[in-house]
Design a protein around this ligand. Structure first.
Ligand SMILES: O=P(O)(O)OC[C@H]1O[C@H](O[C@H]2O[C@H](CO)[C@@H](O)[C@H](O)[C@H]2O)[C@H](O)[C@@H](O)[C@@H]1O
Length: 265
């Protein structure tokens, strides 16, 4: 495996990471792909429902999944229903809601970890959002998100209030910060644990993971992949340390990279 494990302590180093090789080592027989969606494959949009994906990207992902013998999964904060809607007609293995919803090859779903937060928390978040123009609540079941992209000046207030409400009302859940969003997800559920769970079974077992992501939640998956001898590609520049050893400037660059690899395959 040629993906190096590097340590990146500064934003400057993260901004100067090399691009991933055109043909990653182990492709297609010994490697597994894990794709984050928003900010990675998808350009960010004003609202969760405002995203779109070029049809040729869906075709490229489908083709790569076949070439990898099915060892291509989505790892996302979105729900499985959203994943299938965005990537239709594909139905890929997926760790949705940060891993609270897990779909292995063949459509089997995990049960258990996907309990929603207490209703009193969702009600309190709803009341908070209703009183502040520009905020919105995305209720995804096991995970709930407060979005402030339309009101970025409210970031401090949102992060503080969501943290306080979760501490007081939802001991089963914890806060997951993200881009213009404060999410609430089940405690201990993260993309790293989800990646490791998928890697335990075919078609992932015996391969090395390569993860593509952009946000804080993806760092769990980056670290898990590196710990399993694989690698990570950060999409977009960040002002934080990252476990990724490679970088692409934006989702368009990743879509082009995937299309080229699919074409070559
Ligand atoms: O894990 P991901 O696939 O990256 O999903 C993370 C969250 O993505 C969505 O929110 C983000 O994208 C929106 C559309 O571009 C944007 O409006 C918002 O500001 C971003 O935070 C999604 O709505 C969340 O449920 C996901 O958890």
């Amino acid at each position: 495996m040629t993906f190096q494990t590097l340590s990146h302590d500064t934003a400057a180093s993260a901004a100067t990471l090399p691009a991933p090789p055109d043909a990653p080592a182990g492709f297609p027989d010994r490697i597994a792909f894990f794709l984050d969606l928003d900010g990675t494959v998808l350009d960010l949009a004003a609202t969760p429902g405002g995203v779109s994906i070029p049809r040729e990207t869906v075709r490229a992902i489908g083709r790569l999944a076949r070439r990898l013998d099915g060892a291509l999964a989505v790892v996302t904060g979105r729900s499985l229903a959203d994943v299938d809607h965005i990537l239709q007609p594909l139905r890929l293995p997926a760790a949705a809601l940060h891993g609270a919803e897990l779909r292995r090859r063949g459509g089997g779903r995990s049960a258990g970890a996907a309990e929603p937060p207490p209703a009193r928390l969702t009600a309190a978040l709803g009341a908070f959002v209703d009183q502040r123009p520009g905020l919105s609540l995305e209720d995804k079941g096991a995970s709930v998100a407060v979005h402030f992209r339309a009101s970025p000046e409210r970031e401090g207030e949102v992060r503080e209030r969501v943290g306080e409400l979760v501490d007081r009302l939802a001991p089963t859940h914890e806060v997951q910060p993200g881009k213009m969003v404060a999410e609430v997800r089940p405690r201990g559920v993260d993309k790293g644990a989800a990646l490791k769970a998928l890697m335990e079974q075919p078609p992932f077992k015996g391969r090395v993971p390569l993860v593509f992501g952009d946000d804080l939640t993806d760092e769990f998956a980056f670290e898990a992949a590196v710990s399993l001898g694989g690698g990570a590609v950060l999409v977009g520049e960040v002002d934080r340390p990252s476990a990724a050893a490679h970088m692409l400037p934006d989702p368009a660059a990743l879509r082009a990279w995937l299309a080229e690899l699919a074409e070559a395959a």
